[in-house]
Write a protein that binds this ligand. Structure first.
Ligand SMILES: [Zn+2]
Length: 295
């Protein structure tokens, strides 16, 4: 065989190499990774869009997905404490990128106004830091760089592509942050009751006010005394439910008050998966807040 033919054969072979097997935890993280992978491949999503990340039981197919993964990209054990052991046991050879453990962004502490007035939530598995950090696009923009770095480790042939995708996507995320800040300006300073203690990064990024949350950071059910307290808060503009905190609670809280209610979703369960998922989810969150406050 002539040398040029051999080179051609090698090139063809390397192009046919399968995309790396990448597993992600939540739909928005799947979206970030999809944007960085671009046309190289598609990551796998572990949690079904409507699953509660705070409490989830792995299915046999999830165990298979974990053992097949070369790279696992997840928010971290503060959000999904149940996922740390299966990763250690089933995905020993995989690289684990725990996004909450990365540097270059400011961690925020949890609120203390979620009202543990009727029980003890100290053992719910969360640390003192808020694990719902993806909902600030500036944090997501930092994470995208780490995602590209680890993709390059498992798939060096496409490293340049991952870095280029991450660079342009991070810039897009920062533009999104500016757009959403303008969109949310009318809601700034309005008293809002949030579903569970999960929206602090969103509040900080967009100058939104929290007067209380219905539930704590792990989305444990609120007690009757706490609900009564929320009903008595003055001048509340908007009370929000989310997929983890039922709108039955918001109905009870707004009844007989001037407050509006709405449904916000930081996981984007109704948003189609893929490279646009993250941005569409954040846009829908902003629309929900503006509509709820401005009704
Ligand atoms: Zn949560």
């Amino acid at each position: 065989m002539r040398l040029t033919t051999i080179f051609a054969a090698i090139t063809c072979a390397s192009q046919a190499v399968a995309a790396p097997s990448v597993l992600t935890d939540l739909a928005p993280i799947h979206g970030l990774v999809s944007a960085v992978m671009g046309d190289v491949g598609t990551p796998t999503l572990l949690l079904p869009p409507r699953a509660d990340p705070h409490s989830y039981a792995l299915r046999p197919s999830d165990a298979r997905a974990l053992s097949n993964a070369e790279l696992i990209i997840w928010v971290g054990h503060d959000l999904t404490p149940w996922l740390a052991d299966p990763i250690a046991a089933l995905a020993k050879d995989a690289i684990s990128l725990e996004l909450l453990e990365t540097a270059g962004w400011d961690r925020r502490e949890l609120h203390d106004d979620h009202g543990d007035d009727n029980d003890d939530h100290d053992d719910h598995g969360h640390g003192d830091y808020d694990p719902h950090a993806w909902i600030d696009p500036a944090v997501a923009a930092v994470w995208v760089g780490y995602i590209a770095d680890q993709l390059a480790v498992v798939d060096p042939a496409n490293a340049a592509k991952y870095q280029a995708n991450a660079g342009s996507y991070a810039a897009e995320l920062m533009r999104l942050r500016t757009t959403l800040k303008a969109r949310l300006a009318p809601a700034s300073g309005q008293p809002i009751i949030w579903p569970h203690d999960a929206y602090g990064y969103f509040e900080d990024a967009f100058d939104l006010l929290s007067v209380a949350t219905i539930a704590d950071a792990a989305a444990n059910s609120p007690g009757p005394a706490h609900i009564a307290q929320l009903r008595n808060l003055p001048d509340v503009a908007c009370v929000l439910a989310d997929p983890e905190i039922s709108d039955r609670w918001t109905a009870v809280i707004v009844e007989g008050t001037a407050a509006n209610s709405g449904m916000i979703d930081l996981i984007g369960a109704d948003v189609p998966l893929g490279a646009d998922h993250y941005i569409n989810t954040l846009q829908a969150m902003a629309d929900t807040v503006v509509n709820c406050v401005g009704k």
